[in-house]
Ligand binder design. Structure first.
Ligand SMILES: CC(C)(COP(=O)(O)OP(=O)(O)OC[C@H]1O[C@@H](n2cnc3c(N)ncnc32)[C@H](O)[C@@H]1OP(=O)(O)O)[C@@H](O)C(=O)NCCC(=O)NCCS
Length: 326
């Protein structure tokens, strides 16, 4: 059985930027508060005429080109998103059509910030099982559409963007070594957007009461995020027979610099081996890990043979980790 690995990455995000100084003019906050509590300095924000698949397709084209394959070689398109272009069809299908990946099965995966690692886990199984040779896994979000710019506890956090990976067969010892994904719906209301679905619908009343906006219990999420990212990272390391000190690069979901630091310190991963871009992007949910990994590759921070750990946590709640040898 062939190992599955990531062959290439790509990323794209809107040109529009919302800085902490911009937010200071919109809500009662300060650059100092946002920086010390989250590590965020700016986040990208889509223009009104921009939509999720636009950035997903740009990121995917980059990844496909770098993998030196043709879009028609792709067997599987997984679009991890909680902010799809529209309710029907899946944004994955729109991406498939735009790319010309006509042979692929395409669908959306709604696991919030863990979506990319959920997608990578599924793709790994399909490639190893022989049902797919090449899989495209895209994490893409326009979160700012669902952010209430009157709510200072959420509007400083979220940003927009997309990251894409082409996964395919690789030679041992390269490839995905272990994966774990989890969820616990009992914490659904830690981060949720109740409006717009079949339960509350989209009516003038749901809009005027802001039911379509993200609502977040930041404090509770913080604690669950740190605990679950540590536990799941230890699990994938144990299963593959490695220690955290063996990891050359740790790419956690970029939710909050304090979460990243707490997880890295508790795992005892040297902070120099932890990648962070939260100051530039904020939290882009499913796009955060693939954008970060793409930046690591561009910066030469990953070399063949490196042990790479990725861990995520998000709304649902969902969490997961993937350990791979690049
Ligand atoms: C959201 C988060 C940054 C808030 O930081 P915190 O240290 O937990 O802050 P708290 O929520 O306890 O709020 C502390 C105070 O700051 C205030 N505050 C909240 N947002 C603020 C802002 N943007 N600017 C200034 N003050 C703010 C609160 O109103 C509160 O004031 P009070 O003490 O007078 O009531 C933090 O909890 C977090 O990052 N949580 C995880 C969120 C997350 O990762 N979400 C996505 C999941 S993937």
């Amino acid at each position: 059985m062939a190992n599955a690995g990531i062959l290439s990455m790509g990323s794209a995000y809107p040109e529009g930027v919302l800085t902490n100084a911009d937010l200071e003019k919109m809500v009662e906050t300060s650059d100092e508060w946002i920086t010390t509590r989250t590590g965020i300095k700016q986040r990208h924000k889509a223009a009104e005429n921009e939509y999720t698949s636009l950035f997903a397709v740009r990121a995917s084209r980059q990844a496909i080109e770098r993998a030196r394959i043709d879009a028609s070689d792709i067997d599987l398109v997984i679009c991890a998103t909680v902010t799809p272009d529209q309710i029907l069809p899946a944004t994955g299908c729109l991406i498939q059509a735009e790319l010309g990946a006509h042979r692929a099965a395409a669908f959306d995966l709604a696991a919030a910030c863990s979506g990319f690692l959920y997608g990578l886990t599924l793709a790994n199984q399909m490639i190893r099982g022989g049902q797919a040779r090449y899989a495209l896994i895209v994490g893409a979000e326009i979160l700012t559409r669902y952010v209430d710019y009157k709510d200072r506890s959420t509007c400083v956090i979220f940003g927009d963007g997309a990251g894409a990976a082409v996964a395919g067969p690789v030679e041992h010892p390269r490839g995905i070594l272990s994966t774990r994904i989890y969820s616990d719906g009992r914490f659904a209301e830690h981060l949720y957007a109740p409006g717009g679905g079949t339960r509350y619908g989209s009516t003038p009343e749901t809009f005027s009461s802001g039911l379509h906006y993200f609502k977040m219990r930041g404090n509770e999420l913080f604690k669950v995020a740190v605990r679950s990212m540590i536990d799941v990272s230890r699990e994938v390391l144990d299963e593959a027979g490695y220690k955290a000190s063996d990891v050359q690069l740790f790419v956690p979901h970029q939710a909050n610099q304090r979460i990243t630091d707490a997880v890295a310190d508790k795992l005892e991963v040297d902070r120099a081996r932890v990648y962070s871009n939260i100051s530039m992007h904020g939290n882009t949910s499913s796009a955060s890990i693939p954008i970060a990994l793409d930046e690591c590759l561009e910066a030469g921070r990953v070399r063949e043979g490196d042990l790479v750990l990725m861990a995520s946590f998000g709304g649902g709640v969902t969490w997961g980790a993937v350990l791979l040898r690049w």
